[in-house]
Ligand binder design. Structure first.
Ligand code: ADP
Length: 404
């Protein structure tokens, strides 16, 4: 339960109220608490709950993602969010005045942050088949907190929202229009990440940021986004986060005839198709070893190398496709787990893009901080650490009026 902002229920005078950003992924929960005051957001606590062998553990992190503390994590309830809120409040000097959640799919009706009311949550639950690894996982936290902390304001922020300004032609599927009227169109995802990176690029390199940029969000989930003047023009993900890049365990773009074959000839039912395409394909399926890029890069196995080659090939091809969407390329930005941390993958992708004017500075790429491109490279390359939690907190604090 929340007390008067700025004052703890115990009566201890505290610092500013904060917003807790909860970023629920398919296997991890990333979180950040941000003090909100005077239009600024100051991170006061960051962390991650992740699976670790048979159990789970909670990590607290510094602003560079370096682990500060680590402890076993046991959920007492069915969902992590109420326990996470208690864990965070016990470590903060001030109250949590609101919670923001990352919700993957906003569908046709939710194109900006919204309060987590029951009708909204129900409408978003109905989109679960369009994002089976994420949608209900993200919503579960909001449902659980409504029960455990009914007076706590909660906001839902969407991965689709940043792509809301696409021209209709970029989002149209080649299906009869009746399906578009029912909400089946391309949306694009990882929007909170792209928004974070666009904002940082505008500060680091304003002239590139106003031009034509492709940002490659390469993590377990992977997509790329074409931006013009900091706004999304096109993205590799479509109606669902299954489209586009080959990912850790997701297949990415697939000839729809393959799905028909799997259903009609191989006899897979809907649940088996979901399992195959979302959980057993991608790097995991192709390597037969792992969906984790670090494991594949350390392996001598031929199939592991082939999975990495496919990832690189598809990423380079998607950069070129998106350069077509914005009619040229001024900047290329790498972000997320693989994009931020693997000089080798960045180098292999860029080597395939030399014809587009991408010239890496090998030393800068190895250091992996900031600008990566060689002096005089026609395309400016950057590595920028994404901060989805800050974006979640920003949208939540704005909607709740906590940002003044
Ligand atoms: P998500 O948020 O989608 O779960 P992340 O953005 O955390 O994913 O990225 C996870 C991916 O990043 C994994 O494939 C992991 O192996 C990869 N990764 C993390 N660090 C490195 C590294 N140093 N080199 C190569 N890949 C890395």
């Amino acid at each position: 339960m929340i007390g008067t902002p700025g004052v703890r229920q115990s009566g201890i005078v505290a610092r500013m109220p904060s917003v807790l950003a909860v970023n629920t992924g398919s296997s991890t929960v990333k979180f950040g608490a941000f003090e909100t005051a005077g239009g600024t957001l100051a991170p006061v606590l960051r962390g991650r709950i992740e699976s670790h062998g048979p159990g789970r553990r909670v990590l607290s992190l510094d602003t560079d993602g370096v682990v500060l503390t680590e402890a076993p994590w046991v959920d007492r309830g069915r969902d992590t969010a109420p326990d996470l809120l208690r864990w965070v409040e016990a470590r903060l000097a001030g109250p949590v005045a609101g919670v923001g959640h990352r919700i993957v799919h906003g569908g046709p009706d939710f194109s900006q942050a919204v309060a987590a009311t029951e009708p909204v949550l129900k409408a978003l639950d109905a989109l679960a088949p369009l994002a089976p690894l994420h949608q209900q996982q993200g919503l579960a936290g909001a449902w659980a907190l409504r029960k455990s902390h009914p007076d706590l304001p909660q906001v839902l922020t969407f991965d689709t929202a940043f792509h809301g300004g696409h021209e209709p032609v970029a989002d149209r599927l080649g299906l009869p229009r009746v399906w578009e009227a029912r909400g089946l169109r391309r949306y694009g995802f990882h929007g909170l990440s792209y928004e974070s990176v666009a904002e940082q690029l505008a500060l680091l390199d304003p002239s590139t940021a106003t031009g034509r940029v492709v940002t490659a969000h390469l993590g377990s989930g992977a997509s790329l986004c074409a931006l013009r003047n900091g706004r999304s023009v096109d993205s590799t993900m479509g109606a669902t986060p299954l489209d586009g890049m080959v990912m850790g365990t997701r297949c990415g773009s697939l000839d729809p005839g393959v799905v028909l074959y799997l259903q009609q000839i191989a006899g897979l039912d809907a649940a088996e198709l979901v399992d195959l395409l979302y959980r057993r394909s991608g790097l995991l399926g192709v390597s037969g070893l792992s969906g984790d890029m670090r494991v594949l890069l350390e392996s001598d196995d031929l199939a592991a190398r082939e999975a990495v080659d496919l990832f690189v090939y598809r990423a380079a091809r998607e950069v070129a496709t998106l350069a077509g969407s914005v009619e040229g390329l001024d900047g290329l930005v790498f972000t997320a787990g693989i994009g931020e941390n693997s000089p080798r993958i960045r180098a292999e992708i860029c080597a395939r893009l030399a014809w587009l004017g991408v010239e890496l500075d090998p030393a800068a790429n190895s250091r992996g901080t900031g600008q990566l491109s060689a002096a005089g490279s026609p395309v400016t390359g950057w590595m920028i650490r994404t901060d989805e939690e800050r974006m979640i907190a920003r949208h939540a604090s704005r909607l709740l009026g906590l940002d003044r």
